[in-house]
Design a protein around this ligand. Structure first.
Ligand code: PMP
Length: 400
């Protein structure tokens, strides 16, 4: 599929911003949605809307079947052993909160440590703090590469779990999660992977990786907002108590005692976002039609080109220059505040993100308030990189 064929599937790319064609480079925050995903949502509400699992009528049966089909689709997409290891959530944040809350209730003893990376998103930091853990961060180099020797030394008898991101949303580093998992398992410690930034760029095989949990969001992989996935190994999920109580997650309820439903329903209390799950299924269809390897190759080209172009700009500082990285380009220009750069770029129709990107510890590590972040998806073009470069050249005199 050539780039025009891909772009033509995304209606929002035709929008103009301040009178100029939109250049959307905020894909790490959320990707845009192809027409087939938008139509799946529309079609669901026009012809299928119904609450699932308990209904005897046609719409309920059909909606249930579509919902459960997507569960199997996700199973196959990440190569999970069982479909009941796929739990639908609202997104990565809820997935990690679910694990932190439920895992800690089962396995924490009152003096507990969680090994995270120094480049975690807040959503893989705060849930563990809420669960009462002391965090032991893995340090990283100036380039943004985790120090695996230091990592090995962080394990203690108090280590309950390792929780790291597959790809950093601020630095773009692809972390060596296979090594991280192998080392943790050598210490008898399970591993959660935050895959929010990896799932749309890297083929994921949870069985080959051997991770215990893998979490991601639909909206960062061309799917709708409001849906995400928590993959967990059956043995652990069976041991862990429910996260929320309510409908669907029960087997039998009395005022004295409640027993819980089987997996995955034990972790899906209440009415799920059925239409969004169906939309996620369409997003996976889109990704598989283009091919995850093709998406990665295309984005790699964009990243390499953008890195070489932006490096030519005087006074630019790039953050995250690891040899293995995906399509995130974080930078600062001289002493200009990232927000000023972002606002001026917006005037020229270019959407980037500015700030700490929910990774304040990274900003502290470099002693900066934030960065400007351009991030690419499969529909971006080299021409758009040129527009970013030209826009930066144009605004630079205004930033002095
Ligand atoms: N982890 C990482 C690495 C992320 O980039 C994000 C989103 N910026 C999240 C977690 C949280 O994802 P969500 O907001 O979709 O729950």
């Amino acid at each position: 599929m050539n780039n025009n064929d891909i772009r033509s599937q995304f209606p929002i790319l035709d929008v103009t911003v301040h009178g100029r064609p939109l250049v959307y480079l905020d894909n790490a925050a959320t990707t845009q949605k192809p027409l087939r995903v938008i139509e799946a949502l529309d079609g669901y509400y026009r012809t299928l809307n119904s609450n699932i699992h308990r209904g005897a009528h046609h719409l309920a049966t059909e909606a249930t079947e579509r919902y459960e089909t997507v569960r199997r689709q996700v199973q196959s997409f990440i190569n999970a052993r069982h479909h009941h290891e796929i739990v639908f959530t609202r997104g990565t944040t809820e997935s990690i909160n679910l694990v932190a809350s439920s895992f800690s209730k089962r396995y924490f003893t009152g003096d507990d440590e969680v090994v995270v990376s120094g480049m975690e998103h807040h959503s893989d930091i705060v849930p563990w703090q809420l669960a009462g853990a002391t965090l032991r961060p893995i340090p990283f180099s100036d380039e943004g590469v985790l120090d695996l020797d230091a990592y090995e030394k962080l394990f203690s008898p108090k280590t309950r779990i390792v929780a790291v991101n597959h790809v950093s949303n601020t630095l773009g580093t692809i972390n060596p999660i296979a090594d991280i998992i192998r080392i943790a398992h050598g210490h008898g410690v399970p591993v959660l992977i935050d895959g929010a930034q990896a799932i749309s760029h890297i083929p994921v095989d949870v069985q080959a990786l051997g991770c215990d949990f893998y979490c991601f969001s639909g909206h960062k992989m061309y799917g709708p907002m409001g849906v995400g996935v928590m993959y967990g190994r059956e043995e652990l999920l069976n041991e862990m108590p429910p996260y929320q109580g309510g409908g669907e997650m029960i087997e039998n309820v009395t005022f004295e005692r409640t027993t819980y439903n089987q997996l995955p329903f034990k972790f899906e209390a209440g009415t799920p976002s059925v239409g969004d799950v169906i939309g996620l299924g369409e997003a996976i269809n889109f990704m598989q039609e283009v091919g995850v390897a093709n998406i990665a190759a295309r984005e790699d080209e964009l990243l390499r080109y953008a890195t070489s172009m932006l490096s030519q700009l005087q006074g630019i500082r790039l953050f995250g220059t690891a040899p293995h990285k995906t399509t995130v380009l974080s930078f600062l220009i001289g002493d200009a505040h990232p927000y000023d750069v972002g606002t001026l770029l917006d005037q020229l129709g270019i959407a980037v993100r500015t700030g700490h990107h929910c990774t304040q510890p990274i900003m502290d590590r470099y002693g900066i308030p934030g960065t400007v972040r351009a991030s690419f998806a499969v529909y971006n073009t080299l021409d758009e990189v040129d527009r970013l470069f030209a826009a930066l050249q144009r605004i630079m005199p205004m930033l002095q």
